[in-house]
Ligand binder design. Structure first.
Ligand code: 13P
Length: 252
């Protein structure tokens, strides 16, 4: 059975004292279970100190983005080499907010996915459709092509270790969650796409998260679905108590 992966994406929130307090509040309480992984996706500024604070605990620390080059003249950017050097384990790639506001494309997401693996980081690759695409019945083709492009050129082992986060854009921060059945249908489609580009065996191993207004009150139903293996959570991951409830839902 696939493990559940619960990742809290803080986005551009919290000052450093709040970040530290959150981690202090959760580290001792995250369940010691092989069934669930708990990841905190924090702003770059805090990654180093949060990695130190969580050493030897069940909490892993992720970046929310990175450049695909190892180093160079890219003012303001952070490289995979730097993230690996400070002990970050995961990196969120291609979040819809980066695609929308920061010109992220399928091509750069693919380059970043390769770069993550080249440096021993686990990518959490985000895909999802707009409301217009959903209404035009383009969800499956759009999400399918985002997945194919992101995985292009990866080895079977790398695909196996990629985490995909399906986040319908219309459900992010809006309070509107996709129904569990709708979310599962798209996650199952993503698994079919992975099967097409690799094999059934690999597709069955890939962790596929759902994201978009996930909260303690709806997480159980989402995680009970056949193809939803976790959650990428924004708003409800900002409070320690609520984040812990989401992680605990992963071992039910
Ligand atoms: P919300 O949980 O706030 O809807 O955000 C989802 C998200 O974008 C996580 O990456």
């Amino acid at each position: 059975m696939r493990k559940k992966v619960i990742a809290g994406n803080w986005k551009m929130n919290k000052v450093s004292s709040e970040a530290a307090q959150f981690v202090d509040d959760v580290v001792g309480k995250v369940p010691d279970s092989d069934q669930v992984e708990a990841i905190v996706c924090a702003p770059f500024l805090y990654l180093s100190s949060l990695v130190e604070k969580t050493k030897g605990t069940k909490v892993q620390i992720a970046a929310q983005n990175m450049h695909f080059e190892d180093n160079g003249a890219y003012t303001g950017e952070v490289s995979p080499v730097m993230l690996k050097d400070i002990g970050v384990s995961h990196v969120v790639l291609g979040h819809s907010e980066r695609r929308e506001y920061f010109a992220e494309t399928d091509e750069t997401v693919n380059k970043k996915t390769h770069a993550a693996f080249n440096h021993g980081l686990t990518p959490i690759v985000c895909v999802g459709e707009t409301l217009e695409q959903r209404e035009a019945n383009e969800t499956m083709s759009h999400v399918g092509s985002q997945v194919e492009e992101a995985l292009r050129g990866l080895s079977d082992e790398q695909v196996t270790n990629t985490i995909i986060a399906y986040e319908p854009i219309w459900a992010i921060g809006t309070g509107k969650t996709a129904s569990s059945e709708d979310a599962n249908e798209v996650c199952a489609h993503i698994r079919q796409v992975i099967k097409k580009v690799t094999s059934e065996d690999i597709a069955e191993k890939v962790v596929i998260q759902y994201g978009g207004s996930v909260k303690p009150s709806n997480v159980d139903e989402l995680l009970a679905q056949s193809d939803i293996d976790g959650a990428l959570v924004g708003g409800a991951s900002l409070e320690a108590e609520s984040f812990l409830q989401l992680v605990e839902a992963g071992i039910k």
